[in-house]
Every structure is written in structure tokens, then in C-alpha cells.
Design a protein around this ligand. Structure first.
Ligand code: PLP
Length: 359
């Protein structure tokens, strides 16, 4: 099948095949990769290589720590304010969809002033307002935003300017989809289960000078400085997820790096949006062109009652997990790195055919 899920999502088949081969006997050591001690020499090499490879892939400078954590991106909705702001401080949140909204709500538990930078959206989350409409606080400890809103399909095309205030990006659903200038960020973080590997791991990339100021109530497991000091191994880390992520990093390096995947994402999403926009209104993408995601492409059928039929017929042809998020409905095609241009073409051919049959 072609798996268009938003996450957990498709992984490169070559990576899965390598993991399968190593599952019972990791590099001849007689143990499964899942059975390795996290302090043993085999796993030490796995985590060190994974860190070196993501550092190379994203050109992460030495003054940033890379943490491989448990708890999902959602846990970091709490960990970020706890680590980077005091209880009486002000923090800025740009709310462009349901994930940044949730992150802001969680922050209100730990920080007094959670300022919503953007005006309330008039038409749901269908665009990122222009900079002229932002109300950044002069004294914010940080500005938080979600680089790609997975549910609504809204993505920033450039890094927001924050007048020197530390910037935090949730890149859960567009991690490793394009080169980013890491030096523009205080923190980049995201769950692994979309573009990186299996669920169960969150990657946090944090500038070292921001470590060491966690609020006193911060649980040890959420204290980034503890995790940084212990090389993500204060306790047992998500070993298998780290191993899988390491395989994906290596695979991406060997296949042209992030610049190559960015080009592919442009081509795949461009073709899909053209098919939607050129369908004489049969399909409709609700997000404004300038804010459209290259990763998660939500669309509606003009006859909404045909949407279940669309999903059913797509599934019969092996195209699965195309249902929109339960909060918004409709259709959503998630096309992360592992989805090929051919697979997107197959979807477009099906959409054309469906339109001919049902228009
Ligand atoms: N942020 C974004 C952009 C997401 O897409 C998701 C999950 O889909 C989350 C955060 C929450 O991630 P997790 O389920 O790993 O907590």
C-alpha cells in the first residue's frame, strides 16, 4: 500500500529492511538490537553515530546539544516553559493551528504571561498572518511557533524574525524536510514518528547557553540540562527509536542530504496542489497559497458527501490513511520524505479518475 499517514508514518523501505536484518543479531554480537544494554559498547556507538549524523545532516553547530528524549513532543509543551522561563515571566506564542494552540495552553500552567502574538484567525487556521499583524512582547523570554501544523496543513516558508528574542520551533512534522539555519533558533524540537523513525522519541536541539535555568519544580526527567549532561542517558533512553533514527539519518546523508529532500518535497507538494487547484473546484485546498504545507496537504471535495467514497475507493487501490484529522474532517495527504514522487503521481492519477467518474 501507499501509506499517506500523518504519523506514525511511512519509513524508507531500505531502512526497514536493514532493521529487519539486524533485529535478531546486531552486527554479529548475538543479541537483538532491542536487547542491547544502553551502556554497552554497541549501543554507545549507535547513539554517538546517530548524534554525529544528525549534526552533519542539519549542520548543527557545536554550541548546541542534541537530546534524544522520551515522552513525545507533547511532554515538551511543558518542558519548554519549565526550562526556559520563570513563573512570573512573559512568553510569546504564535498560534497557527491546533499544535501550537495546545503548546500555549500547557505553558499557562508554568508561566504567568502567555502572550498570543497573532490575531485570532477569521477563517479557522488557514493562513499565517503577515508580520505587520504580529504583536511580539518586548520582554518575552522566548517566541514559540510550530513550523508546520500537521492537522491544518499550515507551514512557515521562512524563519520568523523575533528581534533577538530566543526562538523555539516545533518541527515535529517537517523535521529534516529542508535545510534550516540552526543558528537562528534557541530550540528546535519534534517527535520522531513522522520524518525520522518510530514513535517513542522526541529530539530536542538546544543552544547550550540556555541550559541550567530550569524552574525549581521541573521534574528531573524534563530538565534539559540533566539530559544534556548525561548524554540523553540519565535513565534508559528510547534505545530502539534512537537506533532507527540513526539508520534514517545515515540513509538521508547517503541520498543527497536535506537539500535533495527539500527539492523532492517542492516537487511532490507542488504537483498535488496543482492537481487540486486545477480541478475546476472539484477539490479544494483550504489553506492560503503562501502558508501551504509541503508535508501535510488537507483538501476537501466540493461535494463533501463524496469524501467517504473517495477514501474507500482510494483504499481499494492501496492508498491508505488519507482521512483528515478527526477535528477538521476531509482528506489529508501526508507526504514526508519516505513518500516518493511516483507515489504522489499515483494519488494524483486516482484523483483525476475519481473526478471524471463523480463530477
Ligand atoms: N506537534 C506537532 C506539529 C505534531 O504533529 C504532533 C503530533 O502529531 C505533536 C506536536 C505531538 O506529538 P506527540 O504525539 O509526539 O506528543
Amino acid at each position: 500500500v501507499i501509506n499517506f499517514a500523518a504519523g506514525p508514518a511511512k519509513l524508507p523501505p531500505t531502512v526497514l529492511a536493514k532493521a529487519q536484518a539486524e533485529l535478531l543479531d546486531y552486527e554479529g554480537c548475538g543479541m537483538s538490537v532491542m536487547e542491547l544494554s544502553h551502556r554497552g559498547k554497541e549501543f554507545t556507538k549507535i547513539i554517538k553515530d546517530a548524534e554525529a549524523d544528525i549534526r552533519e545532516l542539519m549542520a548543527i553547530p557545536d554550541n548546541y546539544s542534541i537530546l534524544f528524549l522520551q515522552g513525545g513532543a507533547t511532554t515538551n509543551f511543558a518542558a519548554l516553559p519549565l526550562n526556559l522561563a520563570g513563573p512570573e515571566d512573559t512568553v510569546d506564542y504564535m498560534i497557527t493551528g491546533s499544535w501550537s494552540k495546545k503548546a500555549a495552553e500547557e505553558a499557562t500552567k508554568y508561566v504567568k504571561n502567555v502572550n498570543k502574538v497573532l490575531p485570532k484567525p477569521a477563517n479557522g487556521f488557514t493562513e499565517i498572518p503577515d508580520k505587520s499583524e504580529w504583536s511580539l512582547s518586548p520582554d518575552a523570554k522566548y517566541v514559540y511557533y510550530c513550523d508546520n501544523e500537521t492537522v491544518h496543513g499550515v507551514e512557515f516558508s521562512t524563519v520568523p524574525e523575533t528581534n533577538g528574542v530566543p526562538l523555539i520551533a516545533d518541527m515535529s512534522s517537517n523535521f529534516l524536510s529542508r535545510p534550516v539555519d540552526v543558528t537562528k533558533f534557541a530550540v528546535i524540537y519534534g517527535g520522531a514518528q513522522k520524518n525520522i523513525g518510530p514513535a517513542g522519541m522526541t529530539i530536542v536541539i538546544i543552544r547550550n547557553d540556555l541550559l541550567g535555568n530550569a524552574q525549581a519544580i521541573t521534574p528531573t526527567m524534563l530538565d534539559y540540562s540533566v539530559m544534556a549532561k548525561n548524554g540523553s542517558m540519565y535513565n534508559t533512553p528510547p534505545c530502539f527509536a534512537i537506533y532507527m533514527a540513526g539508520l534514517v539519518f545515515r540513509y538521508l546523508i547517503d541520498n543527497g542530504g536535506l537539500a535533495a529532500y527539500s527539492k523532492k518535497s517542492d516537487a511532490k507538494s507542488g504537483a498535488l496542489y496543482r492537481a487540486i487547484d486545477g480541478s475546476d473546484g472539484f477539490y479544494r485546498a483550504p489553506v492560503e497559497e503562501k502558508s501551504r504545507s509541503r508535508m501535510n496537504i488537507p483538501f476537501r471535495l466540493s461535494k463533501e458527501e463524496l469524501e467517504p467514497v473517495f477514501l474507500e475507493e482510494a483504499a481499494k487501490k492501496g492508498m491508505v490513511q488519507l482521512k483528515g484529522h478527526r477535528s477538521v474532517g476531509g482528506i489529508r495527504a501526508s507526504i514526508y520524505n519516505a513518500i516518493t514522487e511516483e507515489e504522489v503521481s499515483t494519488l494524483i492519477d486516482f484523483m483525476d479518475e475519481f473526478k471524471t467518474t463523480h463530477a
